[in-house]
Design a protein around this ligand. Structure first.
Ligand code: F6R
Length: 262
């Protein structure tokens, strides 16, 4: 695992965007897994800037989002489809028909989840997955206790997640209680993963995910089982890590050999 720590959110957003850019340069038809929430906004802003300045193109890129609130249609302002359109897709040269977000209105959600997994397979699998992390250690909507081999499915949202996400709704009662979400097993099949985290309220989850035991109680800890993961953390999110000196040492070593060390 690579752990990149910087002072500010702006710096980690830029570094994460540079990694995405380098992967698109290598593979212009990259299959990119995307997250919503406040964390990736800085990264998306940077990707939009790079696209506007003709430094990268999304013309051949295909995207799959991690999750969607169940019960919200794509034109609902709090739906993740709406979020992705307004915060990224509407501002870059991507073909919208190449952007996939789980359908929160699918009546037969079991059938839809099978279809979504199949679409990912048909695309050749996810090349690079972007993740945020919940304050309880969740990735996508894999709440504590989710099987580490779970697949795309309907999940009941944890009280903590409903509380955390209520800031986007008029009041807590409006936060959907269910979501369709890729499973931890689905995420682990991505060929490469980056996780971005900032702020003190992520420090515990980050310390558990990187240095704690692998446990379904912190779904992000399953990333320890993956061979190509990079964490981009601001100093606050990294503040409970014990091995910061080692992560810095590895970064220096990377500079010396001019290669990423996972
Ligand atoms: C959203 C998602 C969630 C968020 C997490 C952190 O698609 O997958 O796991 O990444 O809840 O959310 P923020 O970034 O708002 O703190």
């Amino acid at each position: 695992m690579r752990v990149i720590i910087r002072k500010t959110y702006e710096e980690i957003s830029k570094e994460a965007a540079n990694l995405v850019k380098s992967r698109i340069e290598k593979k212009p038809d990259l299959v990119l897994g995307l997250a919503t929430g406040s964390t990736p906004l800085g990264l998306y802003k940077e990707l939009i800037r790079m696209n506007k300045e003709n430094l990268i193109s999304f013309k051949r890129v295909k995207t799959f989002n991690l999750d969607e609130y169940y019960g919200l249609s794509g034109d609902h302002p709090q739906s993740y489809r709406y979020f992705m359109n307004t915060n990224l897709f509407d501002h870059i040269d991507i073909d919208k028909s190449n952007t996939m977000v789980p359908d929160g209105t699918a009546e037969d959600w079991e059938e839809f989840c099978r279809y979504y997994e199949n679409q990912i397979k048909k695309a050749g699998g996810i090349d690079l997955q972007v993740l945020g992390i919940g304050s309880d250690g969740h990735i996508a909507f894999n709440e504590p206790g989710s099987s580490l081999s779970s697949r795309t499915r309907l999940v009941a949202l944890d009280a903590q997640t409903i509380e955390d996400n209520s800031r986007f709704f008029q009041d807590k009662s409006q936060v959907p209680r269910f979501a369709l979400s890729m499973g931890v097993g689905t995420i682990l099949e991505a060929k490469e993963i980056i996780l971005v985290a900032n702020g003190k309220n992520k420090a515990y989850a980050i310390a558990q995910a990187i240095e704690g035991p692998v446990t379904s109680l912190i779904s992000a800890s399953a990333l320890q089982m993956h061979q190509r993961v990079t964490f981009f953390l601001d100093e606050q999110a990294a503040s409970e890590l014990k091995r910061v000196n080692y992560y810095k040492f590895v970064e220096e070593a990377e500079k010396k050999i001019g290669k990423e060390i996972f």
